[in-house]
Design a binder for this molecule. Sequence first.
Ligand SMILES: *Cc1c(COP(=O)(O)O)cnc(C)c1O
Length: 366
Amino acid sequence: MLMPVINATGVLLHTNLGRAPLAHHQDDGYLNLELDLATGKRGSRQAAVGEQVAAAVGAEAALIVNNCAAAVMLALAALAGDVGVAVSRSELVEIGGGFRVPDVMAQSGARLVEVGTTNRTRLADFQRAIDNDDVGLALHVHQSNYKIVGFTESVSIAEMATLGVPVLADIGSGLLDAACPWLDGPPPAWLADEPAVRQTLDAGADLVMFSGDKLMGGPQAGIIVGDAELVARCAKHPLARALRPGGLVLNSLQTTIGHYLRRDGDSIPFWRAATTSLPYLKRRAEAMAEAIPGAKAIDTEAVPGGGTLPTVSFPSAGIRVQGDHLDTLRNNDQPIVGRVEDGSTVLDLRTVDPDDDATIIATLTQ
Ligand SMILES: *Cc1c(COP(=O)(O)O)cnc(C)c1O
């Protein structure tokens, strides 16, 4: 049975726990999903939320589908049905759960033209493919869950934009804006190398595709933003109907995007957890350790997870209890998911809502 769980793993976007923590409420009843209230006529289920998403990243238009894999598949099917798509050999990625770029391309009907090498790809490699291989589209895929270091060379979006063919960027993680205007203060240092939607568009990408439930912190969704004419071609493709989201997802996404537009990152659970101050986490850990016999407050390291930011960790705090109690905690009335380190149970508080501290204390003092 699906039920709320307390995530004490310290993995902010935990794939097994639905990636981004979702805060959503919807009353019983109907929704004006496809009714234009101004005219009384049938409207597009995409229009309202799409406009808000586009506004949040400075794009002309946006289209929402079921997940990022669907967004990539749809964009390729709609725009690359009869031309080759050039992709750097360093970006033929596999994301968890079987999303493999070559396979998604094959399913979309697009013809993959690999360019460059695993570690080095240059603009001239793309140019050659366009000249010799009937390439009509260039695709950039973010190396979300791995890094290639050492003797490397890659082609930026700005360079790709000079090629004269549409440039599509699958950035996966869905950081909306590198400036993070929804946070108090400057962007966190751990975001330094992460591509952002607004800046990828500004650099010249014609379309950007990303997930709703990674760094965006919303529901599972895939989002295509960018050039209005290209977005419209995606929306008109028959696959768009098969991949469209339901009212629940659109309503939830509207809530999340509303927080961004109001610059209220604190109302987005992912950003609240990611930016919680270390002293506050330590105070909670110490209070917990005092209340639970045998528990000790410890320093921990939390991670973004969800196949994003593979080299980043956040200083965090939690408690350690002797022995492996994972089964008991997971089978609690309100399941608690932690981790075991060196034979002890570790609960990391960065991913725990402070309102759940009392539940953890009560469970571990039993
Ligand atoms: C995560 C990711 C995907 C898949 O996203 P889903 O929303 O899980 O379908 C695709 N591309 C990249 C680069 C990713 O990081």
